[in-house]
Design a protein around this ligand. Structure first.
Ligand code: 3HC
Length: 306
């Protein structure tokens, strides 16, 4: 039996590379109306420019019809700074795609649970943070976690982990918090499928399946560079040509963002106390220097000269 996701309008919180990609596949493939909000207006502006560029490219390549592209673009509306989270009041689901920071996400989910009706699904695109901790933040103050109201509030929180670049990568990882209701899980899965994605399921452990595997691999590559085992180019070439990876691990780290890689590795390390997840000092220093990868123009590679 096909389960209906029942989403007519989606709120997307954060217009960075992930949020924008989620807005794109939701409007184009799931054909839902999208309300896009970011507290930085410049981010929305650059995100929408990228969306126009992607749609134009897909039309030029014959992958999307011109009318479908126009419809998709028209489905995306920007929430004004004055409206803020209130502008998401009548959406059926929100996907949060803010920075990878537990306190920030807890504060956002607390505010969302206060502003939005109790039936709105609250999904996070977190790459590593506990959904159970995020869900607990939605419980109204003074309520017991076992109360009906608390269960309803936390039961609509779920993890929907998209991959970068969202329009291209075929996977969404679905993560259930301890409190997530079956209905929330089923609808979130159906929505990811409507966006054209395949779904895998992971328990709510630090990094889930994807980043518990990917981040030690990336960190090991950075340690190789730090120790002088090989040059940057030879490390990446080994994985690209020897294992057919589309990008070497250092290029991939730059692509994801070194601050994001570090934040995920810190969540893995503190969440498990396992030394195999300890971030390399070189990664920490690069983030200290503001060398965050492709988005800042410099990481393991230099992007300004390209
Ligand atoms: N947004 C949208 N589309 C993009 C894009 C972007 N940022 N970058 C590339 N694309 C599209 C191109 O437009 C092109 O589309 P087309 O087939 O319609 O022309 C297609 O991807 C291929 O692009 P290119 O020919 O320019 O380049 P490549 O063939 O080198 O592919 C890549 C680029 C798809 C990014 C490829 O290098 C790749 O798959 N890299 C690995 C990406 C990856 O591992 N992502 C997961 C990161 S981990 C993550 O996101 C989880 C998080 O929690 C950390």
């Amino acid at each position: 039996m096909t389960i209906a996701h029942g989403i007519r309008t989606l709120g997307v919180l954060g217009a960075g590379q992930m949020g924008l990609g989620i807005a794109y596949v939701s409007a184009l493939h799931a054909r839902v109306a999208v309300r896009l909000y970011d507290r930085a207006p410049a981010q929305i502006e650059s995100g929408l420019k990228l969306m126009d560029k992607l749609l134009d490219k897909d039309v030029a390549k014959g992958k999307v019809g011109a009318a479908d592209a126009k419809d998709a673009r028209d489905r995306v509306q920007v929430v004004s700074q004055d409206e803020g989270l209130k502008g998401l009041r009548d959406v059926d689901m929100v996907v949060e795609a803010a920075s990878e920071n537990l306190q920030l996400k807890q504060q956002l989910f607390r505010s969302l649970s206060q502003e939005l009706p109790p039936t709105t699904i609250l999904a996070s695109n977190t790459s590593s943070i506990s959904l159970t901790k995020i869900a607990a933040a939605t419980i109204p103050e003074g309520q017991s976690a076992a109360s009906e109201e608390a269960r309803r509030s936390a039961g609509r929180v779920v993890g929907l982990h998209f991959f970068n670049p969202v329009p291209v990568m075929k996977l969404v990882e679905l993560i259930s918090a301890l409190q997530t209701s079956q209905e929330t899980l089923d609808r979130a899965r159906a929505f990811a499928v409507a966006c054209g994605k395949e779904v895998t399921v992971s328990k709510d452990v630090p990094g889930f399946v994807s980043n518990a595997l990917l981040m030690p691999f990336i960190n090991e590559a950075i340690l190789c560079l730090e120790k002088g085992t090989a040059t940057r180019d030879d490390i990446d070439k080994t994985l690209k040509l020897g294992m057919n990876h589309p990008m070497g691990p250092l290029q991939l780290a730059d692509f994801i963002g070194l601050d994001t890689c570090l934040a995920i590795q810190q969540t893995l390390y503190t969440g498990t106390s396992d030394s195999k997840y300890r971030p390399s000092i070189l990664l920490e220093r690069m983030v200290d220097a503001g060398w965050l990868g492709k988005k800042s123009g410099k990481g393991f590679y230099d992007y300004l000269s390209q």
